[in-house]
Design a binder for this molecule. Structure first.
Ligand code: FES
Length: 651
């Protein structure tokens, strides 16, 4: 054809178009992802492109200076008023005049990629459920009587092919005023709906709305509530914050909260109120930090364990406290913010991921979405370490899931000098196998205890205790240095030749730090400490091992440690303890807060919601409580590293 050839990068899509075709039109026809909020009226600048000039042997074209039309008045006005980056054109105004190569920068793509920092993680493709549309609405006419709202619906249908027929009362109350204020030009935020809900107008602004809209990704844990505030246009996290779960005053762990609601009339509702209030406080904090109006938060995704899920929704968690651990519902849930008393945009869409089973919640589903074991060729074990460990094992063939009651020892509870991970806590430990002398590092300082400047650094943080990752390291190091035997007993001073092994009742303890001369704490690792960690790690390992039995394998290709705690565990030490199955050490990686990331994926990409619902339906649930082999694995895994399983990696 003699029509000019238009080639878009990075997609590589190409086609011939008559002279005078707007670039945006060409992009639309080729299915190139080029954004537009104003529908080609030269207002929004979302359609920006960068045309190139010169030889393109790869594409077989030469592009001349005048391949695109001269600047028209609309484009000139936009540039002089708001400015455009050098070399950029408005795709809706510039028209094709000759063969041309046109680059669509990431900001101009609707389905842009939000890049995740880890090599093994998928990028997130933007596909938010709520979008902005600028429309021009027909004015009322006595001869063709119709409601203002109906003409707004029509405009959305004709100009954007968006079929809306639902609106909340607050929009209906405002719509006439806003339409006239904007002189029949308005920007509309539309929740496009999903398989659960039909499209719906969320908000209407007079004229062209310059700003953006926001969403929340919330990881509602039993100890902390963590949330990301995200820009729904760019996908960026603009503020992140966390808060202690106010339900802690009703019980430290989940089961004590379930029993609180059993013992106290209305106790479940008290806890529901507390968690929603906490959540609202967190949202205020996030909005303030980002300088954003809370009413612009139009979408939110929540992930949580089953008990938190029920208490958040106002469902009595009674059934979750006893076998057979029946959930009120295991499917995903979609509702409005006002139904949960959440103080954001009143009709903001709230989405809760599906639960996998009575013990394996929407948080585990979120981990599955983030880590995608079902898309891995390699057999991957994903462990989210908390007071309950959620464990997933799978590959493209199938995925199995279970949870295992590890208890709070990994968080520093039940440990004599244990504490939460905070400045002053010992987090890294090495013990010299010859001298049995320790060196360590505390949170808040980069300096090891045997280096010059340690005392100076410690003067600022102090030494207050030992955190979960520190206790794992010290116990593993004690085992390597021969201070500790496989059964978990600490040797005496004579047996080990170290004066740090001190008698402690009928057993021995290892003295890690004596700060008594300065009035500081004395930090020892006692036999009960070792027991607590043995129980916790045995629970974790046996859950993983049980899934391996069910899968019919003795080894895994890859281990991913998730959760705030998981991010800090050293792979080597976890393996020396026999906490995770033997695996090549560089195949053990940390995923950080994978549940929170899963929530963010579901927030930014509405298709991911359907994807995880399908995945969860296919995940095979294993209930550890009824599996006799779990007990057997548990007994074997109490030894360090294990009484029967080989750990060749340690050789
Ligand atoms: Fe809005 Fe081009 S599409 S300025």
């Amino acid at each position: 054809s003699s029509d000019p050839l238009v080639i878009f990068t990075p997609s590589g899509k190409r086609g011939n178009f008559p002279v005078g075709t707007p670039v945006l039109t060409a992009a639309r026809q080729l299915g190139v992802d080029l954004d537009s909020v104003c529908g080609g009226r030269g207002i929004c600048s979302k359609c920006q492109v960068t045309p190139s000039v010169g030889e393109f042997p790869k594409h077989g074209v030469t592009v001349s200076e005048d391949a695109l039309s001269e600047w028209n008045a609309v484009e000139e006005r936009y540039k002089s008023k708001r400015g455009l980056i050098d070399g950029r054109r408005l795709g809706c105004q510039a028209t094709v005049q000759g063969d041309v190569v046109i680059d669509v920068p990431p900001e101009s793509q609707v389905h842009k990629q939000v890049v995740r920092k880890r090599a093994e993680a998928r990028d997130i493709t933007m596909n938010p459920s709520t979008r902005l549309y600028y429309v021009e609405v027909e004015e009322p006419d006595m001869h063709k009587p119709s409601g203002d709202l109906q003409r707004l619906y029509e405009a959305l249908k004709n100009q954007w092919d968006v079929d809306v027929q639902r609106v909340e009362m607050n929009i209906l109350q405002d719509v006439q005023k806003v339409l006239r204020q904007g002189q029949w030009k308005v920007t509309v935020a539309v929740h496009l709906g999903d398989h659960l809900r039909r499209p719906k107008i969320m908000h209407v602004w007079p004229g062209f709305y310059e700003g953006t809209i926001y969403g929340l990704a919330v990881d509602l844990g039993s100890t902390t509530i963590a949330a990301h505030l995200c820009d729904l246009k760019s996908g960026e996290v603009i503020a992140s914050s966390g808060l202690m779960n106010p339900q802690i005053r009703f019980g430290e762990d989940l089961m004590s909260r379930v029993s609180y609601s059993m013992m106290n009339e209305g106790g479940d509702l008290e806890m529901t109120r507390a968690v929603r209030e906490g959540m609202n406080a967190l949202f205020v904090q996030l909005a303030a930090e980002a300088g954003v109006d809370k009413a612009l938060i139009v979408d939110a995704v929540f992930v949580c364990n089953p008990v938190m899920h029920h208490l958040f929704l106002g469902i009595d968690p009674f059934e979750l406290g006893q076998a057979p651990f029946a959930l009120a519902t295991n499917e995903s849930i979609s509702l409005s913010a006002h139904e949960l008393d959440l103080n954001i945009h009143p009709s903001a869409r709230i989405y809760l991921l599906p639960c996998i089973a009575g013990h394996v919640g929407a948080d585990a589903a979120a981990v599955a979405l983030s880590e995608a074991p079902d898309k891995s060729e390699e057999l991957v074990l994903v462990v989210d370490v908390g007071t309950n460990a959620e464990i997933l094992l799978g590959n493209t063939d199938k995925v199995l899931a279970c949870s295992s009651p590890t208890g709070p020892a990994f968080e520093g509870a039940q440990i004599s000098s244990g504490q939460r991970a905070a400045p002053g806590a010992i987090e890294k430990v090495e013990i010299n196998p010859e001298t049995k002398e320790p060196r360590f590092r505390v949170i808040g300082s980069e300096i090891w205890s045997d280096e010059d400047g340690f005392s100076e650094a410690i003067a600022t943080t102090g030494i207050t205790g030992i955190c979960g990752s520190g206790i794992i390291e010290v116990i593993a190091e004690m085992r390597i240095a021969g201070i500790l035997d496989a059964s978990g007993l600490i040797g005496s001073a004579e047996q080990t030749g170290s004066a740090r092994c001190i008698a402690d009742g009928r057993t021995n303890a290892y003295l890690l730090w004596d700060g008594s001369a300065d009035g500081g704490p004395t930090i020892t690792v006692t036999n009960p400490d070792i027991r607590a960690i043995q129980m916790a790690k045995a629970a974790l390992y046996s859950g993983a091992r049980l899934l391996m039995d069910k899968f019919g394998v003795d080894t895994v290709d890859r281990v991913t440690l998730a959760g705030a705690f998981g991010a800090h565990i050293s792979a080597k030490h976890a393996m020396v303890l026999g906490m995770i199955p033997d695996c090549t050490i560089d195949k053990v990686t940390s995923a950080g807060n994978a549940a929170g990331t899963g929530a963010r994926i579901a927030l930014l990409n509405t298709d991911a919601r359907r994807e995880i619902e399908e995945t969860v339906r296919k995940i095979e649930k294993i209930e550890t409580a009824v599996e006799p082999r779990f007990q057997e694995h548990f007994v074997n895994a109490s030894a360090i590293p294990n009484s029967v399983e080989p750990f060749p990696i340690l050789e």
